[in-house]
Structures are given as C-alpha cells and as structure tokens.
Ligand binder design. Sequence first.
Ligand SMILES: [Zn+2]
Length: 276
Amino acid sequence: MPELPEVEVTRRALLPAAESERVESVVIREFRMRWPVPRDLPQQLTGKRIERLLRRGKYLLWEFGHGTLISHLGMSGAWRLWPSDAVPPPRAHDHVDIVLSRWVLRLTDPRRFGALLWHPASAGPVAEHPLLASLGMEPFDPRFGGSVLHAGTRGRAAPIKQVLLAGHIVVGVGNIYASEALFRAGINPRLPARRLGRARCKRLALAVQQVLGEAIRVGGSTLRDFVSAAGDEGYFMLDAAVYEREGAPCRRCGTTIRRIVQGQRSTYYCPACQRC
Ligand SMILES: [Zn+2]
C-alpha cells in the first residue's frame, strides 16, 4: 500500500511537469473508484492552471485557482508521467488521464480504492474537507516534535504503536514505519502511550522523521506493485531493522526479533532493545 513516502516521491516526480501547467483535457475511463469520480471533472479542470501540487498526509492536493483536486492512491494506485508525444495506449486500470501540453499524467489503480475528488474554493479551505480535517500534524512540519507527541499521548492507554498508526497526532506513520521508528527510539510497541515521558517522546519524534525521510530519499515503497511516477520500481529500505525480520537476530544486540499482532497488523520488535 502506498504510504506517505511514496506519495511524497510521486509529488516530487510530478511537480516539474504539473506545476504552473494548464490542463488541456481530462479523460476518465472509469468513474468507479473509492468514491465516484465527479462527472463534471473535465469541465472543472479543462483550460485551468495547476497552481501548486501539495501533499497532506497521503493526499495529493492539486491547487487550482477555483478549487482543489484531491487525489489518493488507495491500496494500489500510482500516477505515471508520459511525454504527450509518446503516451502509450491506455491499459486496463489506467482510469484517468490529465492531459497537459507537454505531459500526460495517468492514474492507474487496479483495485480502485484510490480517490479523485473535486473541492471547489466556494466550499471553503480544503484543509476543512472531511477527509483532511482530522489529520494529525505533518511529520516534517517545523512544529512537530517530542512535545506534540507528549501532549497527544496524555491519557491514551492504547499501545503507542496503535496510537502512531491512527494518524491523529502525526500523519504518515504506516505499519512499516511505526515498527522501524519504535525500534530506533528503543520503545516497546505495546507500551501504553500515556507512559511515554518527554525524553522518549523526543526520541520517537526524531525517529519518525528519520525513517520517513530515509524512505523518501530511497524513493520509498512498501508495495511490490507500487511504481513511482518516474517509472522506477519503488523499494523501501532494504535494510529494515525489524520489519518482516521475525526470527532473525537483532542487528544491534543479536536477540531474536519478534512479531506480534496489534489491531490485526503485524508489529516487529526486539524484546531486548525495546523496553516498556
Ligand atoms: Zn536488539
């Protein structure tokens, strides 16, 4: 499943082609995604200029003067970028093309859990859209750090892994990144969130930024079938410290890495390095 790093890598790949460009046409071959693609999207976008391409959590926000196109990759989506004079015929699952003068941006999504929605400026700031309003802070927001994590975990009895995964304090900490960040910070994933003191919150906030930053740098991917906008196969940290390493020795201390299930998701950790 594409996670925040894949979305950010996609944004950076699309940016030079998309930003400040005018939409010549929009081709929709499949309207049935997680929510129906608006029927009037071609009329909304044709002739309009993409002013900025931003990301909020795992949503790409295509800002036009008169509104924002919100896109999400769901379980299996990817944007591909083709030069207009070399765009191949659409294949199955190539649901939408946004045609610019020099490039075609093509949305592929075999499982169709992704989304493409239009938010008119008249409906208010896009940050207040129901999909965005309750998102936690961006991990690279300068305001994010140990004190945000500390404040957000007070009174929370749920395990820290699940509190991170929920995304209400900070967005982008998907299943792989939660295991990796907790390992780096030396925190047991089962620890009730409220028991984290300031020092551990600071370490964890830093670890979150580090693992996400590294994943973005390697062109991060968690899914084998994720293909980045540039067309390269994505890959996530091949040297994951704990994720999917059940039974293998911890690289720091040699203790056997364990796997547990929390909220139906696998968590990997070192029982020696990660204390409650
Ligand atoms: Zn260890």
